[in-house]
Design a binder for this molecule. Structure first.
Ligand code: HEM
Length: 129
């Protein structure tokens, strides 16, 4: 194995997907889909979208191993009182995975991020349908 190969193997998922610029594109596309989904848009009616996007970029960057701190609220606090159902949660994850797949994010990164998002479900869903 050459030195170059070794260096690539050791890159973080964040670096492999294209760093901050790539995460920002994915997050923009993600909220375009979420806000364009009539079953989800009402949840965001009162939200400060710029702030939300900034925190989502930080969170995803951090989860991908990037050198970025998450400055938003705990996910349980951020979603408390929004009465989010399991169906709404599943649709949001579907949109997020959809944009990640379209961005060409490799399968191993998708699987690991998907596992983390799955683990967050109990913090986000607060209402049974
Ligand atoms: C896939 C799992 C999810 C993740 C990783 C996630 C992540 C986040 C993050 C990082 C914030 C920003 C918190 C802050 O600014 O302090 C946020 C806010 C928010 N999320 Fe989520 N979220 C998820 C699922 C959902 C779902 C399923 C819904 C609704 C259907 C939702 C609705 C919202 C809303 C409305 C806000 C803004 C709250 C406010 O403005 O006070 N999220 N989310």
């Amino acid at each position: 194995m050459t030195e170059v190969d070794t260096a690539q193997d050791e890159q973080s998922p964040y670096a492999r997907v294209g760093g901050g610029a790539a995460v920002r594109v994915v997050v923009d596309q993600f909220y375009e889909r979420v806000l364009g989904d009539p079953t989800l848009a009402p949840y965001f009616a009162e939200s400060d979208l710029a702030n939300l996007k900034r925190h989502q970029v930080q969170l995803i960057s951090h989860l991908l191993g990037g050198p970025v701190a998450y400055e938003g609220r705990e996910l349980r606090d951020a979603h408390a009182g929004l009465a989010i159902t399991p169906e709404a949660y599943a649709r949001v994850v579907e949109h997020l995975v959809g944009v990640l797949v379209e961005a060409g994010v490799p399968d191993d990164i998708l699987a690991s991020l998907g596992g983390t998002l799955e683990a967050a479900q109990p913090d986000i869903v607060s209402q049974q349908s």
